[in-house]
Design a protein around this ligand. Sequence first.
Ligand code: TXA
Ligand code: MG
Length: 321
Amino acid sequence: MTQILSADKAGVAQAAALLRQGALVAFGTETVYGLGGDATNADAVAAIFAAKGRPALNPLICHYPSADRVFRDVVSNPRAERVAEAFWPGPLTLVLPRRTDCAVTLATGAGLGTLAVRVPAHPSATALLVAAARPVAAPSANRSGQVSPTSVRHVLDGLDGRIAAVLDSGACRVGVESTVLDLSGAEPVLLRPGGVSRENLEACLGPVRLPGDESVMRSPGMLASHYAPALPVRLHATAVADNEALLAFGGVLAGARCVFQLSASGDTAEAAGRLFEGLRWLDSEAARLGAVRIAAMPVPDAGLGLAINDRLRRAAAPRGG
Ligand code: TXA
Ligand code: MG
């Protein structure tokens, strides 16, 4: 049985004690719930991969309470200083070279010479990271390949009985994962669109390019099929069939019987906050109504739309075995 801890002083202290003992604790951040383990403890890190059923070649993000702590484990540079100042705490992950005295086990980063690091903007996550007093590795708290969790209920749906506890931090404000920005090379590369928009990054750094084919090597976790609901997903829907459930954005398509509205006003930040909840809800409702597919209306690539479209493309991608 997985214990549900309230995010008060006693709950946070208990969650931190569990982490220090090498146990796994899920906790809320502003993006999604993370499945936390002590990043300096090889057994705890192995247990994260096992609980999720995650391939060991897909590296994890390390979480810290402040930028100061981050730069004890990775090598900083002027661009990293600038974005850390502008966006931390917040939904931005930086990929930077490990320091030679980095405390994080190599397995956390899947053996790479770089490490993904972030400072979440959520009071109980910060309290937990301070109390744990060590970097905490945390992938999204879902079984590998499934939809990321934005509530305690979602976490338990996938991981009940597989982890020691979940810290009840309420709902997640941003609702999609952090933006992953690689600053380890000559130019910044946006490996995963997320909670900080490309526009906002470029206002701070100048041009940030999207990865080409080499991204498969640089971010091995960006597998094509991911965030997959149980039902198949059809993209760019401009009409809806009788046997389809609709993921709507803006005006609802005529004739739709089972609808989840991401944002009636066409606001991409609101839509990002509702995306994973919507995919889960349509899965259960569509099954009840006999629909066989989810039709997703188009979302513009601006603002958090880039992250939404990235997740929808993966949700729609052909699934391996
Ligand atoms: O919002 C988030 O980022 C959430 C919360 C819990 O913080 N975490 C999360 O972790 O989404 P996860 O494990 O689901 O995604 C981590 C992503 C993967 O795409 C992985 O491949 C990439 O970051 N990544 C991690 N380390 C990397 C590295 N050294 N180089 C390139 N990509 C890396
Ligand atoms: Mg994930």
